[in-house]
Design a binder for this molecule. Sequence first.
Ligand code: ADP
Ligand code: MG
Length: 457
Amino acid sequence: MKYIGIDLGTTFSVVAYLDELGAPKIIRNVDDENITPSCVATINGSLQVGQRAKRHAHNVPEEGAKTFKRKMGEQFEYQVGNDVLSPTDLSALVLKEMKLLAESKIGEIQKAVVTIPANFAHEARDATMHAAALAGLDVEFIINEPTAAALYYAYAEQEDLFGTYAVYDLGGGTFDISIIKVHNGDVEVLASNGVSQLGGDDFDKKLQELVKEKFEQETGKDFDPEDFTEFDAEQEKITLSQRKRTTVQIGRSLIDIRREDFEEALSSLVAQTEMLCEAALDDADLEPDDIKAIFLAGGSTRMPLVLESIRRVFGKDPTSTADVDEVVAKGAALYAAFKSDREGLSDVQSRALDKIQVSESTSMCFGTISRTYNENREEYELQNSIIIKKGEKIPVSVTETFYLAADGQKSVHCRVTESRTTEKNPKFVKIVADEHLELPGGAEEGDEIDITYSFTE
Ligand code: ADP
Ligand code: MG
């Protein structure tokens, strides 16, 4: 059986498969690169994905689309040449490209796992599943990116892993921090926090702004963004990960950029990641000292500033045992095989997977709107009652008892709510399902009604 894992990234996507020995391996793309830009463009009338599309989109923006993962699950349309495409359509094109790549290398694929950020809302999760189906992939499971990364580290370091760890994932478009517990090859997510609008792309924009400021200050001329695009900014940003300064040519002017000035410009973004790390530690009820090691994922973790920030929060150096770009895809490939019935696996492959156990936790609270008596105000009011809490081990099933409000009540208004916190005010929660359930006749006030929520894999 052939299993693949796809890291459908905001800026780059990666595909890995499980080889004959049960080891996850990256499948390189047509440009012989491990990672493929998640960009789509119309080139000579046909839709293309990857490096060529990225360049084309850069040169002719109206014919390309990028960072559409940030709009996943939203009503949004991209005009790409003559085509109007949703974030789901665009993601399907990227997934299809990954599938074709994999097929050209290993032949027909039986099962695939696609990864999503831990903080993806319900709709974005569904949209990802839909994109996979459009791409012709048989996707049974999606897995959170940090969990996939942790799984790969768990697999690679099997002998040594034991205790509580953090997975720090900072890519091109999203930031995720997860606190995980590993016990004899078992990976459990204790807490997960993140933001889908923070990553390398934002750093590129900050560098572009910095260059603009310095250029205008030093030359007195107006800055034309075409002279130093976000594309150029990304190259210079990578240079600044290795060197303390770089020189940018704009027209005939040379602008000197020091790493420390760039880092200064990023301070508010970095402060945001630090707050999220601290909140994740709080959620897991842990102190930095309780974390044995910090595993890295995502290309932006190569930045010295990011490493320094991690040291500041956790009080130790992070661990990076594998290429940070690949850990998520490799973990997903392992998970694809791990979740299978194993029948199609060879003995060697099966043994390689034997020691891994994974359980995920919910990244949101789920509840319902109920009429509750407010003791202080001495009146009834509508309140969000949490049924499944954030951080519950998946799969989870919880039953809560509610009571009918009136004699002869004919129906119950059931709303499923989603919230990041245990918010009680119905105004501040998202309604993800809304139904009226008919009741049998003869209901009386105070009759019990059991509501069961199940969160399945
Ligand atoms: P995503 O999963 O969000 O698609 P990746 O994990 O592939 O993203 O990371 C891509 C980001 O990492 C890009 O913004 C890229 O510029 C950045 N990146 C890669 N290498 C470096 C480096 N050496 N220094 C700084 N940023 C880097
Ligand atoms: Mg990523």
